[in-house]
Every structure is written in C-alpha cells, then in structure tokens.
Write a protein of this length. Structure first.
Lengths: 249, 249
DNA sequence: GCAAAAGTGTTTTGCCTACACCCATGC
DNA sequence: GCATGGGTGTAGGCAAAACACTTTTGC
C-alpha cells in the first residue's frame, strides 16, 4: 500500500469523527482499537485528499468504518493546540511494538509524517446502530461500540473531542430535529424518550415529553405494537422527512 | 521580507476573521482593501505558525490589524470546499497588475504557494470600535469599517463567511452574554437596545427589552447621564464581568 | 378484577408580549 | 405647562412543568 506520506493529502490537517449510536438505552460511540500492543483506542479519523472537500472526506471516513453513506454528519469544532501531535502516543506505541517497526510497515519518513503537529476538524455523526456493520481498517485490532459513560481512555485529546461533540449534540438536538437519526425507521414514544434521557442523562416527564414531541408535527403515527405484555400497546411512529413546519395555515 | 512560502506555516490552512464593531447604530465589519488595481477587498486573515495554536494565531492576526489583544474571539466554522483556492482571484489580480509582478514582490514559487487549495478556519471577533485603530499591513491600500448591510463584494467566499459569522453571532448573543463586547465600558439601555436591533435587524419593544436585560443580573447601574436634552436622563450601565448567575440563593 | 404501562386532560407556573401609566428634564 | 424620552407596572397569551385521570392489555 502507498505510504501515507506520499498520498495526496493536505498536510497536518486531519478529521476526527465522533460516531454516535443508540442501543440498550445507552448512547454509544464507535471506536477502533489499534492492532498494536498497549491498548490504544482512537476515534475513527483520517486525512483530506487534495481533490475532495472536508465534508466529502468526513463522509468517506465514515463509510469506511460503518459501511453506510446516508448519515447525519456535521462539523462542530476545530482542535488546534500547538502541542497537538501524535508524537507522545506514537512514541509509546513504537516502544511497546519494537518488532513491528523493524519491518516494512512504518519507516522513518512515515513516522515523521504522522508525528508532526496536526490540526483536526471534529465531526459528529448520528447513525441507526442496526444499519452499521463496523469495519476494521488495516491497523485495527477491533472496532466496537462503547457506552459514552464507559469509554476507554483514548489517544491524544480524543476523549475531550467526544465531550465537545456531546455538548454540541445536546445543544442542537431540539433545534435541528436530528434525534430520529439515532433510531430505526419506526419506534415507540418510549423509545424516543429513553433516547433523550440517554443523551441528556436526565429523566423527562412522560406525558409532557409525549405532548412536546407530538406538537412538533413531524411524527407520523402508525399501527400499534403488541408485545405480549400485560398492558396497553404503544403506537409506533415514523419521522416525517418532509416536515410540515407551517401546519397552521 | 521573508517570502510566505519559506516561513514556518502550516500548509494550506488559513484563518479568516470577521471582526465586528458597532458604530452609528450599525453593525460593521473590518475589511482591508488590497494595494493593487482592481478593487479587491478581503477579510483580515493569515496563517498558522508551527509553534502556535490556532487560537493564538487568530489573536495574532487580530492584534496585527486592530492593535488590541483583549478581544472576544471564537471559532465558528471551517470552510473546506475542494475548489476553495485563491487561484481565480489571484489570476485576475496578476492580470490587472502586471507591472508589479515582474518585480521582486511575488515570484513564481510564492504564487504557487498562495494559489493552492486552502482550508480556512472562520473566527469572529467582537470589539469596542473606539478602542481599535485599524492598521494596514504591507499589502493593504486601506483598511476600514463597512456596515454589514453595505459590504463590498469581497474575494473568494469571504462574503459567505461574514454571513455565517452573523448567523452564529445571533445564535450566541443571548446565551453567552457577549453583546457587551461591542459597546464601550459604560452605555445606556437605549445604546444596548439599538445594538441588538442592529444585530438582529429588527425592532425590540423598549420596556420589555429593558426588563429582559435587567433580569439577566449582569448589569450594574451607575449614575445618570445628562445630555442636555429636554427629557428624563437615562442611567448608565456597566457589564459585570463576574456575573452572579445564581442570585436567588 | 388487577397490575402495568400507555394515552390524554387539567392546573399551575413562568416567560414573553402588549398595553398603560408615571417620572424627570429643559424650554 | 408641556413635549420628549426614560423607567416601571399590569394584563393576556403561550408553552413548559406538575398533577391527575382514563384506557388498554394479558393474566
């Protein structure tokens, strides 16, 4: 494979993606673990080709790891400290994996390319976790969903990036009506509420929550969902893409 | 002077600053005009040294053009289209200024460095316009404040950058209590209201505006301001830096 | 019938708006 | 006194929050 340093990337500029999913009443983040000794977790990330926009680059990185392209994606912040580089983590990684670095994989030039100071553009994505089949790339040992409350310690400032992403998600959730991207096609009101509770890490009043959501006029009520439980069956809902924002005409 | 291409800048990454000021009941933006034939206006911008953070770089660029350092400054968006480069505008500029380009100023290498594709980080700044003495740099013909409603057509996507900055300013104004950065140390309630009206381009009800602002609990009421006009003298206010957000304890 | 969970209605609260009124100032 | 503009108080509307009640489901 062509070494990183010889591909047509913009130098010292990277993209890091916080990919949010929702499962088991928990907000989760997708994180690959590097195929090296030493337990290195990271955010899915990559670099920007000369001939693609940063948005396209983010989509490409996302598709490489999730297999899907139809994703809600938004930039939220640039991380650009002067000391922001891979040098510390790469140093430890090389130290713990001497045997690999005498081989072909990482030569000196590659190491220098990677350990320079990098400015990184943070993106966050919202996906239906059931549609995603996480894909390892060449240097991953594994790639898994981690509850946001039990994230491993990641390399560099990646834990901080996740925090900022969550802040932005919370701030944007109601305004941009994006929560539905985290759910399957159809869902019950309870599903939606539990999703909100997972994101904001606080409870919502059931009846008021339902009223608020229905008043948005973006939910289409479908048939009831019989689960076999000894109680009233909840309705299923679907998010209306073509939201009629001005219903009152 | 050392040519751009040989200084220790991060390649293909720039910063563009939308510097907001307030004067004559208008929101204004600081824009230098290039010292070349052809009427080229731009946003104050620059590049990032290897050993400085992007935030420090933005402060440096700001200080170079305004002379002050104590400024409210925030990044708001990255502009990274694949086609985003100076090549079109530089082409026109060279065409209209042949005589300058046969001289020492811009050699071929410099031209190539500048016309590559650039990703730019947008910052917006809020300043007390009275504290600023705009400074030209070596390639400016002039640098002036332009009302946001009468901005000249600027190079590249700089007009679009201003629009996005204004959107962000409007969204953040109340939440972050930053309007006061655009006013002098002391001001009347009417000053503050007119500032809001300039930013949002719509009128506010006088009494309700006053109540809303006072309820924020961040304004310190000072002495009255006698203007000699035949009416009640308005109070002067000062913004309390150490905002007591939890007054009700 | 009963427990559990879903759906809906009613009251209260707080905030924003609109309207109204009073006060200080210089002529 | 009076016009002008500044400060404040009060009533209405809307939406969120709190409280309460009814309905459906399987045993």
């Amino acid at each position: 494979m062509q070494p990183l340093s010889e591909r047509d990337y913009i130098q010292q500029l990277s993209i890091d993606c916080v990919i949010f999913g929702y499962q088991d009443k928990q907000l989760k983040v997708l994180s690959p673990k590097l195929d090296f000794k030493g337990d290195f977790w990271a955010l899915p990330g990559g670099f920007i080709h000369q001939q693609e926009s940063i948005h396209e680059a983010a989509f490409r990185i996302l598709e490489d790891r999730t297999g899907i392209r139809d994703i809600y994606l938004e930039q939220f912040r640039v991380f650009g400290d002067a000391e922001r580089s891979n040098v510390q983590f790469m140093g430890r990684l090389v130290e713990l994996n001497r045997e690999k670095f005498d081989s072909h994989l990482f030569n000196r030039k590659e190491f220098e390319w990677l350990t320079r100071r990098f400015v990184s553009i943070g993106y966050y994505a919202l996906v239906d976790i059931n549609k995603v089949v996480p894909r390892k790339n060449d240097i991953d040992e594994s790639i898994d969903w981690y509850p946001i409350k039990a994230l491993p310690t990641m390399i560099m400032d990646h834990n901080e990036i996740v925090e900022k992403a969550l802040e932005t998600l919370r701030a944007n959730l109601d305004q941009k009506l994006i929560a539905f991207n985290l759910l399957p096609e159809t869902f019950t009101m309870k599903d939606l509420q539990e999703l909100y509770e997972a994101i904001f890490d606080k409870p919502f009043a059931r009846n008021n929550f339902q009223k608020k959501m229905l008043d948005l006029n973006v939910l289409e009520r479908l048939e009831k969902k019989y689960t076999g439980a000894a109680n009233k069956a909840p309705y299923l809902y679907r998010f209306q893409q073509q939201a009629p924002l001005l219903e009152a005409v």
